[in-house]
Design a protein around this ligand. Sequence first.
Ligand code: PMP
Length: 283
Amino acid sequence: RTVYVNGDYVPENEAKVSVFDRGFLFADGVYEVTSVLDGKLVDFAGHCGRLRRSLSELSMNFSVSDDELLAIHRELVSRNGLEEGLVYLQVTRGAADRDFVFPPDDTPATLVLFTQEKSLIDSALAQRGQKIFTVGDHRWSRCDIKTVQLLYPSLAKMEARAKGGDDAWLVRDGLVTEGSSNNAYIVLADGSIVTRDISNFILHGITRKAVLACARKLQMKVVERAFTVEEARHAVEAFSTSASGFVSPVISIDGHEIGDGKPGPVARKLRDVYIEEMRKASI
Ligand code: PMP
């Protein structure tokens, strides 16, 4: 694989960052994951917009323009012959002597990008449906910033895996916030789709925004509000969304079957329509 590090395209085994990088020492970095379909980027503008917001919330200096970022994404996709998969981008506050105080403003940020081949459309998990276990949401309260502090979500997912599940949904004050790396939804008996409203407690998913737009276009009722685990267990359907998972049906929560225990029609419809829309708009 060819990866990108601070201006250079290099073979992955020659790529290097400093041991003093603040991403490594302080998790002082932000990231984005953009999916690739037919060799083209899905919702690149959305990911770029959220990256700028994450950088700004953390007062991180970063001089690479959106056009340059697009060019780097495309160059990597092309050099790696990527047809379907992901482009991962990470920006950190750069390398400096270890100190809680930020380094001087002229410290160059570290920019790293790499590609990952992945079958996104034909997903075994989306076909079967996910088994979810709920766990406490012990993350910090700025989940709206896409930082590389991913240890807790990783622990949460491992806990769900240990119980025989596929993923974890996180619960704060009795209310579901989101999945370990995706936004969470339930469908009620009246057909309405319920997902947590936007706040500092969830990541403002790029897929969430696009999927809700699809749902509204299909005349489905969307309600953005918090829901309890109990409400989720009794929902007629459930699903999650993310750039890499698109719309991914949920078939059980904490061992309780959702609906008839198979991927539901709302999730399947939204998955198909989302993929169709994104294919048209990819660049
Ligand atoms: N929530 C969390 C905590 C995530 O990590 C992700 C994916 N990075 C999402 C939601 C989904 O966001 P997106 O649709 O932009 O991939």
